[in-house]
Design a protein around this ligand. Sequence first.
Ligand SMILES: Nc1nc2c(ncn2[C@@H]2O[C@H](COP(=O)(O)OP(=O)(O)O)[C@@H](O)[C@H]2O)c(=O)[nH]1
Ligand SMILES: [Mg+2]
Length: 361
Amino acid sequence: MNEKDRIQDGGAMHVMNGIEAQHDGMIASKRKRFVRKEKTYEIDEYYEEICEGSRLHLSKAITLLESRAEADQKAGQELLRRLLPKTGESIRIGITGVPGAGKSTFIESFGLKLAQAGHKVAVLAIDPSSTVTGGSILGDKTRMEALAKHPNAFIRPSPSSGTLGGVHKKTRETMLLCEAAGYDIILIETVGVGQSETVVRGMVDFFMLLVLTGAGDELQGMKKGIMELADCIIVHKADGDNLKLAKKTVREYRQLLHFLQPATPGWTTTALPVSSLKRTGFETVWETINVFRAEMKASGFWDERRQFQTKDWFHSLLRDQLIDRFFSKQGKKELVSHLEKQLLTGEMTVASAVDSILYDE
Ligand SMILES: Nc1nc2c(ncn2[C@@H]2O[C@H](COP(=O)(O)OP(=O)(O)O)[C@@H](O)[C@H]2O)c(=O)[nH]1
Ligand SMILES: [Mg+2]
């Protein structure tokens, strides 16, 4: 790994807003200064470096896409447009489960195993507890330390700000950039906030739900909806004293799955025991994913789903931007709260309030 790549994610957290320039004069050779000036975007360089697999450039490109500055976003989108023909060649895997289910640990161990087997693994994670500069991003990164050090891996945590249903708005674009950089396995960790499971399900090929043992009561309370999004249920922490119970839980889930709608037509969702601590069960999980891919490609559903997902993403971004733009207009927020009051005092009907917002331009 070269020095450039070692700092991959350090660079990612900065918005690049300048280029390095030297002082002229006598001390020029020793001192460098970061000059804020007209930005230049070397799209050609980004393009080539990303195609070569440079993690530094990949990181910087993601930062461009995530930036609030219009010029950055434009450059990022232009880059993405050029890289688009190089995207799509990966398995996109979503991983969900309650906090503490062991998602990060699973991704670290499973990801490392795949990276060691020669796969290029990209991990995209939403950090729920962080603000923009939150320290917990570092917390999660340390937990994935072994994977982060592997030359075949790329880890990109995103702050939870700027999210759409609990998923970063740029996660989908980030995934495409990773594919262009040659990552053939994309792992997306999602936390159960807002609509995040549904949003992530809408951008991956294979979706896994991590659950814990002793689920007897939990099974009753578990949201059936979330189980119906999963292609595979992993009964996690199947080790030590927990092993026997884990096997029982697997059987319980398998029984229950008979009564649920499968997430993917033509696929039977299954339950598997895994321990990330002992690194057991990974082979079966990987095999399951591969059988899934082969069967879905053969049936045509693989491509069909991806096309549907692209269209769906287009519509949700469009909706999102329309709403953003609308409320960024002067006085709209105030008008809404004013109307809210009128609704509650019975001065106005809901339909006429909506009309007066939309047509009172
Ligand atoms: N016994 C056991 N503990 C685990 C396993 N995987 C994770 N853990 C522990 O579960 C806790 C939560 O793990 P974490 O990966 O942070 O969960 P997340 O919130 O779902 O990302 C940590 O203390 C882990 O050490 C496992 O396979 N076996
Ligand atoms: Mg986690």
